[in-house]
Design a binder for this molecule. Structure first.
Ligand code: C5P
Length: 399
């Protein structure tokens, strides 16, 4: 699993740095190529000589070598690596990462990293539980950093509590699981709909809704991170996407979304319908701006839009896994079960606008995944974590 993988191992100045030697050994033994990057304080705890011998690469710590002037490029490291692991991550480095204080090679490398980043914090219990550290940890998690929680036990200070770095074997197992997950959907194709649709009334007005597209974009990102080739059919949203395995198709109306989605669905293994598709569109789209002069009331005739999920449900082949959403203003369990059947879906992700932090425009969501086999309710999580839960369910169904 790790053979040939490129890993940047960041080491900060904490007593747990001695455990990083074991982690490095485990990684290289498993066939990974490891580039060690240390903070200046890290070198006080463990010598670069030990680390460069074990990694068979010079350790990087300064921006340039003083006597030769050779420049070490953090940008190149960011392009080279498949994963950056910072173990131990000290309170100070986490604070710098959270705020972009790029005053050493390690934090600069972090800021240039295109690859995912994992940190294993280690510090004394009071530092760990300090609101500042906890705030920084939350910020880093929100920025997408994977966190290997510190453990509870004996600390170097002689105190007992939470702050011990996870054991190297544990971190190694998490890294292995991470890479296994990266390839779990390799060779699979997926289509995801996201965002609202705009149904034009005239050249300047439309009927739309408040969907931000965040949930669908998070799902597309999660599928692509696990190796799937994703077609993301996006309504008008202000989100950007930059992933080599995501092909984005921008559409405006439900009919355009329907065309793009059904086309992609035919060759897909997975479909997730997370778009908030307008149920109706104006029967007539005026070429000129509708004028209000002398018109006291306006009646707009609406006609039904195609139901994209249901259309794909009709086309569905054995082995295709499809997921729909049910955004309800009440508890919505009956509605979710109906959608499961009517749209021939494997799962319906139910969320309610009644829940604080769920639904449109938020960064969080609280969902229940409904299937023929039952219901699984999840707590409030970030949309990216919710996306991981949904993709886990998809993977289980594909087995
Ligand atoms: O029927 P309802 O709109 O509540 O169903 C929601 C689910 O169906 C979502 O997954 C949504 O993306 C999908 N849908 C669709 N096309 C429509 C309406 C809803 O794909 N026209």
């Amino acid at each position: 699993m790790l053979k040939g993988k490129h890993i940047v191992l960041g080491i900060c100045g904490g007593i747990a740095a001695y455990k990083s030697v074991t982690l490095l050994r485990l990684l290289t033994k498993a066939g990974a190529e490891v580039q060690v990057v240390m903070t200046p304080a890290g070198k006080e705890f463990i010598t670069p000589v030990t680390l460069s011998s074990l990694s068979q690469r010079p350790v990087v710590s300064e921006f340039f070598t003083a006597n030769t002037g050779e420049w070490h490029s953090h940008v190149d490291l960011g392009l080279w690596a498949d994963l950056m692991v910072i173990a131990p991550a000290t309170a100070s480095t986490m604070a710098k990462m959270a705020h972009g204080v790029a005053d050493n090679m390690l934090v600069t490398t972090y800021l240039s990293a295109r690859e995912p980043v994992m940190i294993a914090p280690a510090m004394d219990l009071d530092m760990y539980r300090h609101p500042t550290t906890q705030r920084n940890l939350r910020q880093l998690a929100a920025d997408g950093v994977m966190i290997v929680e510190a453990e509870t036990g004996a600390l170097a200070s002689g105190l007992q509590g939470k702050g011990r770095m996870a054991e190297p074997e544990e971190i190694f197992a998490i890294i292995e699981r991470y890479f296994a997950r990266c390839e779990s959907l390799a060779g699979k194709k997926a289509v995801v709909t996201a965002g609202p649709t705009y149904e034009k009334l005239d050249p300047v007005r439309f009927i739309g809704n408040f969907s931000s597209g965040k949930m669908g974009f998070a799902i597309a990102g999660e599928l692509a991170d696990r190796g799937a080739e994703v077609t993301l059919v996006a309504g008008p949203v202000s989100l950007t996407v930059d992933h080599p395995r995501i092909r984005r198709v921008d559409v405006e109306s439900a009919e355009e979304m329907c065309d793009a989605t059904t086309q992609a669905f035919a060759g897909s293994d997975i479909a997730v319908f997370s778009a908030a598709v307008a149920d109706y569109r104006p029967a007539e789209r005026k070429d000129q701006k509708i004028k209000r002069e002398g018109v006291a009331t306006q009646t707009i005739e609406l006609v039904r839009n195609p139901d994209i999920a249901a259309r794909c449900g009709d086309m569905k082949r054995r082995g295709q896994v499809t997921v729909g959403f049910a955004l309800e203003t009440d508890d919505g369990h009956d509605a979710a079960h109906k959608k499961l059947h009517n749209k021939n879906l494997d799962f319906v992700v139910l969320n309610s606008l009644k829940d604080k932090g769920a639904g449109f425009r938020t960064d969080t969501n609280r969902v229940t995944i409904v299937s023929e086999d039952g219901e699984q309710a999840f707590p409030l999580k970030s949309k990216r974590e919710v996306a991981a839960d949904i993709v886990d369910a998809i993977e289980k169904a594909m087995k």
